[in-house]
Design a binder for this molecule. Structure first.
Ligand SMILES: CC(C)(COP(=O)(O)OP(=O)(O)OC[C@H]1O[C@@H](n2cnc3c(N)ncnc32)[C@H](O)[C@@H]1OP(=O)(O)O)[C@@H](O)C(=O)NCCC(=O)NCCS
Length: 329
């Protein structure tokens, strides 16, 4: 079958109001500085969920906006795919809580676990459901309450992440708009470089686990950085090749927002000038699978993505997983 088979009919985002700046770490007794964080990552501030805000509540806010923009009612949604590395509870999925809150009574709902790459994985799964005729309307959400799974005594991780959600309504393609190519990859031999070692079924939560803080995110930052640069370069090439395009044909690159240095390296490799790259990591930090849908929603709202725009998405995350996609709007 010839692409495009699916297109993005509407987007939305849900961000907590609470802003935490780099200067706020001092009050937590974390030995870091604004200058160190900005120089190494490009992050100035991030949003932190408070007062009952959850992975579900942020996802619902993002999904409602996306459905409004796509003129889709809850009863029309056939599937809800929620990408998250920070589910509200481990059983059942957070997606079913979202389904209940939306009143999407006909929808199949499930969580998707591919860390930061999860939203692009979700879009590709949605495209498959639409193409197989299993669905007409799919809501794909990335929602993360990273603040709940970070070790707030570990300065090498806690300064890098933030909370938030983004969503898109995906429908069967009309005319020439939609997903032109997609690329997904994983390498589980590298899983231990970025993970939560304990607290799952293999080593359930115990006093020892809590004492050792091994239920929180652990990351070998320097190694992750190396693989991220290499994998995002490969992913950019593969999506462009798949769409038979070059970097010069791209109107906007929306990369995963983990680190401005990784973003710059990806843009340079793909031969895309920095003016054509969407960057908001300075304001939100790394919101894992929510970074790309939040950025896309902001890019549409500000007019940087409009009808006719060709957009390249590229991402990388724990697993490792990496992915990319070219979409014509
Ligand atoms: C984490 C990261 C910002 C660190 O930058 P870096 O230049 O690689 O820094 P290093 O890891 O070499 O650490 C340099 C020093 O800073 C220190 N440091 C770590 N965190 C710090 C902080 N928040 N404030 C101040 N110093 C810090 C380290 O202890 C180390 O000190 P040492 O040299 O005395 O041991 C960078 O490796 C990175 O972005 N990695 C990828 C992370 C990522 O994208 N993850 C998500 C993937 S989806």
């Amino acid at each position: 079958m010839k692409r495009p088979l699916a297109y993005i009919a509407g987007t939305g985002r849900g961000l907590p109001a609470g802003v935490m700046t780099n200067h706020d770490f001092a009050a937590l007794g974390i030995e870091t500085t604004h200058d160190w964080i900005v120089e190494r990552s490009g992050i100035h501030e991030r949003r932190i969920a408070r007062d009952g805000e959850s992975t579900c509540s942020m996802a619902v806010e993002a999904a409602r906006k996306a459905m409004d923009r796509a003129s889709v009612t809850p009863g029309e949604v056939d599937a809800i795919i929620l990408s998250t590395a920070s589910p509200d509870r481990l059983l059942p999925s957070t997606a079913v809580d979202v389904q209940a809150a939306l009143g999407a009574t006909r929808a199949a709902a499930f969580d998707l676990s591919a860390a930061c790459s999860g939203w692009l994985y979700g879009l590709t799964v949605a495209e498959g459901l639409l193409t197989a005729g299993s669905a007409e309307t799919v809501v794909v959400i990335g929602s993360e309450k990273m603040s709940a799974i970070l070790d707030w005594t570990d300065r090498s991780t806690c300064v890098l992440f933030g909370d938030g959600a983004g969503a898109a309504v995906v429908k069967r393609a009309k005319q020439h708009r939609g997903i032109l190519s997609s690329f997904l990859r994983s390498d589980g031999t590298l899983a231990d470089l970025l993970h939560r070692p304990h607290g799952g079924a293999r080593t359930p939560l115990s006093e020892q686990v809590l004492r050792d803080r091994t239920h929180f995110v652990k990351m070998a930052g320097r190694e992750v950085f190396k693989y991220a640069v290499r994998s995002m370069a490969e992913a950019a090439d593969r999506a462009l090749d798949g769409a038979r395009l070059t970097g010069q044909d791209i109107d906007l690159l929306i990369p995963h927002q983990a680190n401005v240095r990784i973003i710059e390296a990806t843009a340079k490799h793909a031969n895309i000038p920095i003016e054509k790259v969407f960057i908001n990591v300075d304001r939100y930090g790394n919101t894992s699978s929510a970074t790309i849908p939040i950025a896309l929603d902001e890019a549409i709202e500000s007019g940087r993505v409009h009808e006719g725009s060709t957009v390249l998405f590229v991402t990388f995350g724990a697993g490792f997983t990496w992915a990319s996609m070219v979409v014509r709007f």
